[in-house]
Write a protein that binds this ligand. Structure first.
Ligand SMILES: [Zn+2]
Length: 446
């Protein structure tokens, strides 16, 4: 493992008890949403609320405790693979990406990035997607709102978003910071805190690319944080329907690249063990599974991406275990690729690379399903859902996640990770979330 310097200043260990003062959402009649969500939105849903249900809103929001994502783990500044093997001072070493420029980009193209300063980002052109999926299959009707300029970015007014979804709005405070809670018709919550680049959905933490801004009575959410991350959770009909059949499972590290270690316990071995378990369960459930490695073999990040490109999977999942210098840190986190033109988690630098919109949005929903299932199954600490430029999830031609199943640097978590029961719980949870995604994305009329 390399010893990457932590990005300081994101130690947002703010545990707050939130008692809001009701501030009812406007009850003006709005036109129906362009798409009625009949999928499985993570919370709420996009149905127009009836007058009756508006009146039935609670006087106060449910009490909410939010613990923000914490100290970054060692892994978080690595590039997941040979770039963070024990390679002596390879902190900023990255594996250059190569993109097959012959492949057309049938989906809506990723936004071009104006600048690239991300030192850790591989240099390459924006992501291309394979030819397998016809462009006609993807016709999202995203909701848009009046754009508000703040610094160099465009934002949406969260209260306007809430009104459109018929969410109840509750304003409160966490010490000196303003907190906006959106309560869905099912009494589920989305919590935003000014100046913080994160939100809570139900009890799950997720990191935004930009902090929420409070300005003149408005709470501003950066536009792509809404459209690429939050909207797919609220309106699953936005996502391209697809049959989930082929899945690539990537056991992180291998061979000379041990990953993290704790005594004789090596991350590469745990990753492979978990990857095999997951693959076995998925096969029993009828999926076609390919593994980037089935033994203790050294493979580069590029080879993993090339493998996935060849397999044309419907989903790509990379399995890792985490490590931190601070042995008290524990928990589970799930990474998806960030969109282009926004900072990778843990940095303020904007890189050119990122996942194309349909992959990004599908990965967002899958990440929530996965993190929710993993935490429910294990009761582990929630380290949040994060978006980062890890090569294996940026350069694979499908929705892609990288999961960190626990910290082998934490004594208790390491013990758990070695127990068959606990491993089975993790594997089942991951497979259940794939089943759930598969059900949500199931093509209609088939
Ligand atoms: Zn790893």
């Amino acid at each position: 493992m390399t010893h990457t310097r932590y990005i300081k200043g994101i130690l947002l260990v703010a545990t707050f008890i939130f008692c809001g003062i009701m501030n009812a959402a406007p009850v003006t009649k709005r036109p129906p949403l362009p798409v009625v969500d009949n999928g499985s939105p993570i919370i709420g849903g996009a149905h127009e609320r009836s007058e009756q249900s508006r009146k039935a809103q609670p006087a106060t929001a449910p009490q909410k405790t939010a613990t923000a994502p914490q100290k970054p783990a060692i892994h978080e500044n690595s590039d997941k693979g040979p770039a963070h093997v024990p390679s002596k001072g390879s902190v900023n070493k990255t594996v250059p990406a190569t993109v097959d420029t012959k492949r057309p980009a049938p989906y809506a193209p990723a936004k071009p990035a104006p600048t690239s300063q991300e030192h850790a980002a591989p240099k390459s052109t924006p992501r291309q997607t394979p030819a397998a999926k016809p462009a006609a299959a993807y016709k999202p009707v995203p909701l848009t709102f009046p754009e508000i300029s703040h610094k160099t970015r465009k934002y949406y007014d969260l209260k306007k978003i809430a009104a459109r979804y018929n969410f109840h709005v509750v304003e409160g405070k966490d010490h000196d910071l303003r907190v906006l809670t959106l309560v869905t018709q099912r009494k589920e919550t989305l919590v935003f805190t000014e100046k913080k680049p994160l939100f809570l959905i139900g009890n799950l933490h997720a990191s935004l690319s930009y902090p929420v801004v409070y300005e003149k009575g408005r709470y501003l959410l950066e536009k792509t944080d809404y459209s690429e991350f939050i909207e797919p959770l609220l309106r699953t009909t936005l996502l391209p329907r697809r049959k989930i059949k082929n899945i690539v499972i990537d056991a992180g590290h291998g061979g000379k690249d041990q990953g993290a270690s704790s005594g004789k316990i090596l991350e590469k071995n745990l990753n492979l063990l978990m990857a095999r378990k997951i693959a076995a369960i998925l096969r029993i459930r009828g999926y076609q599974v390919s593994m980037t490695r089935t033994g203790d073999k050294t493979i580069t990040l590029q080879e993993r991406c090339d493998f996935a490109t060849k397999k044309k999977p419907d989903l790509f999942l990379s399995i890792h275990c985490n490590s931190a210098e601070d042995a008290s840190i524990s928990g589970i986190e799930v990474f998806l690729a960030n969109p282009p033109d926004v900072p990778s988690f843990g940095t303020t630098n904007i890189g050119k690379k990122g996942a194309a919109t349909p992959f990004q949005q599908t990965s967002a929903l899958w990440a929530f399903y996965t993190q929710k299932a993993l935490l429910n199954a294990t009761k582990a600490t929630d380290r949040g859902i994060k978006r980062k430029q890890f090569k294996v999830i940026i350069d694979t031609p499908s929705p892609a996640l990288l999961v960190e199943l626990g910290f082998i640097s934490n004594k208790d978590e390491l013990q758990n990770l070695q127990k068959k029961d606990y491993q089975d719980k993790l594997a089942d949870a991951i497979c259940d979330s794939i089943d759930k995604l598969s059900k949500t994305l199931k093509p209609q009329n088939k």
